[in-house]
Design a protein around this ligand. Sequence first.
Ligand SMILES: [Fe+2]
Ligand SMILES: [Fe+2]
Length: 192
Amino acid sequence: MGLEAESRALAIAALVERPPVDLLRAPLDYIFADHFRQRSLCRILADLAEQAELDHAMASAALDFLRNDFGLHVVDEEKDLFPLLRKRRQRQDRIGDILGRLGAEHAADAIEAEQIVAALAGALEAAPAPLSGAARALMAGFAANERRHLTAENAIVLPLARARLTCGDLDILGRHMAERRGLAYPEGTDAV
Ligand SMILES: [Fe+2]
Ligand SMILES: [Fe+2]
């Protein structure tokens, strides 16, 4: 396998593998792991946007992730993480504007993600139909925006959440994330 093919295979593996269930007891780490998967999604979408011929394995992995996982993560943030952070923030944190901007990006991303799903599903079904120029531009733009979004969340939101959220908050966050995924919450007394 060449270097390029190997790196593509690694990106696909990183994308399809969900974080271990036990990590729900450290829900901010679970969110961080989901961000790593999203970086792989960005890499894959940016690659697909450049390819002359559609790489089916990459397109299928991106399609599955966008259909099944991407939305769950956004709901984790919108319904649990951001509201908890708004509740616990201190006056000097100045996080309100950033959370507002990230929330607006979630709404825009959801619309674009749906369009990308339609484009990828169509291209896979009608193989070897290439992606349209508009679909390529959409995917490249989504990947670039999402990378900026992830950087802000990893650099600002998650560190502040680690500082401000209480043990009770983290417990609620992890339990809601488990419920959202149809998973049993990993009960236990040991710290993860
Ligand atoms: Fe996120
Ligand atoms: Fe987000």
